[in-house]
Design a protein around this ligand. Structure first.
Ligand code: GLN
Ligand code: ZN
Length: 754
């Protein structure tokens, strides 16, 4: 008799209406007690399990007040020394590690594999005492009190790999200390009645080192006999060369990502040890499209025929998709029928189980599903012939500027007449309360568009006056009209749509509502020209920099359609931006910046896929920027300082000027550019905008001088390290005035030298 079981690896925890965000923030502001916060958390977990009650197994301990890696650290006793010994409560220590407090700074935060979720990086050192230090997992297992409950933990090798705060330390050396704690956790779970434990080891999606392979073998020899049956879980892509190792480990069940790597399903069947369970992640846990049941049935049926038993689940935790489509009343109903958030995905699992077990009366399920899939394929906004023709017409020369950088630099200099060490900003100026209130009033219909626009114009005017007063060389309009750097453009492009409540956790209590790219992207009309033109008129002779978000960033921060390749979507956005840039140029804007803060985070997990990604990412950017005349200066901006892996691609973008964040270390950053002999102009951020602290003239001057050790004066720009939208005016103005004064001093000194 065939046996199909359905289960889930993790469920969104923020609550349908972001209840967790509200409860946690109220606690932080001391507007509620710990008991009140825990009560909300407990109710959210109940609701979470209720929503999964149709499943055969459901995860427990996937809930978190902040982050699952941080929970794991607290479970293992990995608490930063500076926080561990304070007299605060456990919960205070937990949040202090995540966010810092008046006495201690927070732990580092970084992206969880290739998602937009951020985890708190564990701080392990020789002083760490590994021991069970939290009862959360046991408490939540008890609270669930059902035989379906399956506790989830992050596996030791993934945990240690993600702990790497110091580059030169081999964190695997702590394995022998951490394993006994894992063994104890598992044995306690078994004592509490857990049949299975889910151990996530997404490290299998990366290229494993010899040491990591050895560590995985050692780990699972110990953990598989420690207590409950072990379901070993990989997600975020194919196992590739790690497949044989994965299936050789002595565990009881194996979960693989059958969405990103359907081709590995056959091999999985071949390598599955006798008697072990195979779990297939058949629904995309990271994206929001309804599944094609036909495709899934075709993939799974042969497996059932051979194995008799199979488990089905989403590919990874549903943490990465919104809760539910319920309440999305404004979405176009046809587009809505193409979507599946977490709750709808669980329903899909039930449907697939019914279909596979030939449940009576379920024939219509497949029919209805195929209708939906078809309606998307033939929808006029999904395939826009005109866009496809434009793409086909593209030739190599459309991706290249006409002249070399040296020639462009000359004609730009002739036209712009910029001083040595030109000063500018990254684009946004403070998004004041007034701006947010006006936008909200307009959105709620309390202000007409004319009123809102008049307010914005006034804002632009005053931002420009301020910049002239400060003495900046290249001005910006300040971006007061933008709520968000992707949404603002998405709203004006065809092929994008937006949800009312599609929130996804980004980190801690911060949630984002990614746009959805469902169809071919094109630009019905100019998007920013009016603002830049207005700003240029106000600025008079001073050059005004136009400001756009680049194609890769728009892609990376959205839910993207899965029926055409990412590179094709990027190319369509690149085309739309190309037209925008040409329109800006015709409107007299001589400098245009295309922000690409997300290029680096889009890097695939496996090394052999990186070049292909960088090739199309660079192409999409160049397609957008290469249509202009030599004398039009193209800038780009990137929000990070680690360029080691991508410096070649960054140079290939061939932007005339790049501004970059320098938070890590200006020296290390510029060294990469120097060693690579990066040829174009660079604006390393000369001060950190992430704190309200006002840097002194001396500090900024030192920073410019340090940069001059790596970049010749003729190619160096002076700017803050990111946009100023999160700052307040007083500190912004003071810091920029200091920046200008510092620049003038360095210019004087350089003149003396000549
Ligand atoms: N131009 C944007 C701004 O200034 C850039 C934002 C970013 O780098 N993330 O806000
Ligand atoms: Zn930035």
């Amino acid at each position: 008799m065939n046996s199909i079981k359905i289960h889930n690896l993790g469920y969104p925890r923020i609550g349908k209406n972001r209840e967790l965000k509200k409860a946690v923030e109220a606690y932080w502001k001391a507007e509620s007690t710990e008991a009140e916060l825990q009560e909300v958390a407990s109710q959210l977990r109940q609701a979470q399990w209720q929503a999964q009650s149709q499943l055969d197994y459901m995860p427990v301990n996937d809930f978190s007040l902040y982050d699952q890696m941080l929970d794991m650290s607290f479970l293992l006793g990995v608490v930063p020394e500076r926080i561990r010994d304070s007299s605060s409560t456990e919960l205070e220590k937990y949040f202090a590690t995540a966010r810092g407090n008046s006495c201690s700074c927070a732990s580092e935060m970084t992206k969880w594999f290739n998602t937009n979720y951020h985890y708190i990086v564990p701080e392990i050192s020789d002083a760490t005492e590994f021991k069970i230090s939290s009862t959360k997992i046991f408490d939540e297992f008890r609270q669930a009190s059902t035989s379906k409950a399956r506790p989830v933990i992050i596996g030791p090798v993934t945990y240690l790999a993600l702990s790497a705060t110091e580059k030169d330390v081999d964190y695997l050396k702590y394995l022998s200390q951490i394993l006994p704690v894992y063994v104890e956790i598992l044995s306690r779970l078994a004592d509490s009645g857990a049949e299975w434990v889910q151990i996530d080891e997404p490290i299998f999606s990366l290229d494993l080192s010899v040491e990591q392979r050895q560590a995985l073998i050692e780990t699972y020899e110990k953990l598989s006999v420690a207590g409950p049956k072990v379901l070993l879980v990989n997600y975020f892509g194919e196992l590739g060369e790690n497949l044989e190792l994965f299936f050789s480990l002595p565990v009881h069940g194996f979960h693989i990502d059958a969405v990103e790597a359907p081709a590995e399903v056959g091999k999985a069947v071949d390598f599955l040890p006798q008697g072990a369970i195979l779990s297939l992640g058949v629904l995309d846990g990271k994206n929001i499209w309804r599944s094609d049941y036909r495709q899934i049935l075709d993939l799974v049926k042969p497996v059932v025929d051979v194995l008799g038993t199979v488990w089905l689940a989403p590919s990874c935790s549903l943490l990465h998709v919104p809760h539910s489509l319920e309440g999305e009343s404004k979405l176009d109903s046809e587009i809505k029928s193409w979507l599946a958030f977490a709750d709808e995905k669980l329903q899909e699992l039930c449907d697939i189980k019914d279909l596979l077990t030939n449940k009576l009366g379920c024939d219509h399920i497949l029919f209805d599903n195929q209708q939906v899939i078809k309606s998307k394929q033939i929808h006029e906004k999904v395939v826009v012939e005109r866009v496809r023709r434009e793409q086909q017409k593209l030739q190599r020369q459309d991706f290249e500027r006409q002249a070399s950088f040296e020639e462009r630099q000359k004609s730009q200099q002739l036209k712009l007449q910029l001083p040595l060490l030109p000063t500018t900003t990254i684009g946004s100026f403070p998004q004041t309360k007034e701006i947010r209130q006006n936008r909200a009033a307009f959105k709620k219909g309390k202000k007409t568009y004319e009123q809102y626009e008049a307010f914005l114009k006034q804002e632009v005017c005053s931002v420009i006056e301020q910049q002239i007063e400060i003495g900046l060389d290249i001005l910006v309009h300040g971006e007061p009209e933008r709520n968000d750097m992707v949404e603002y453009f998405g709203e004006q492009l065809e092929g994008f749509t937006f949800t009312a409540n599609g929130w996804v956790q980004s980190y801690g209590s911060r949630c984002v509502k990614p746009p959805i790219i469902f169809g071919d992207v094109w630009r019905p009309e100019p998007m920013t020209v009016k603002w830049s033109q207005l700003a240029q008129e106000i600025a008079g002779d001073k050059p005004m920099k136009g400001m756009l978000t680049g194609p890769v960033t728009m892609l990376k921060w959205s839910f993207v359609r899965n029926d055409i390749s990412l590179s094709d979507v990027a190319q369509q956005i690149g085309l739309a931006l190309r037209q925008e840039i040409l329109d800006l140029e015709s409107a007299g804007i001589e400098i245009i910046q295309v922000d690409e803060p997300a290029i680096r985070e889009g890097l695939p997990l496996k090394n052999d896929q990186k070049d292909n990604y960088l090739d199309w990412a660079v192409d999409a950017f160049k397609l957008s920027t290469s249509g202009v005349n030599d004398s039009t200066q193209i800038h780009t901006h990137m929000c990070y300082s680690d360029f080691n892996e991508i410096i070649e691609a960054v140079a290939a973008l061939d932007a005339d000027v790049i501004s970059v964040e320098t938070s890590r270390s200006q020296q290390a950053l510029l060294n990469v550019f120097k060693e690579f002999r990066y040829p174009n102009e660079i604006g390393p951020g000369v001060y950190d905008i992430h704190s309200p602290r006002i840097p002194s003239v001396e500090e900024i001057k030192a920073s410019i001088e340090a940069a001059l050790n790596y970049v010749d004066a003729e190619r160096l720009w002076v700017n803050p390290d990111c946009g100023l939208k999160t700052r307040a005016w007083p500190e912004t103005k003071a810091a920029l005035l200091n920046m200008i004064e510092a620049t003038q001093k360095v210019r004087e000194e350089l003149k003396v030298l000549v």
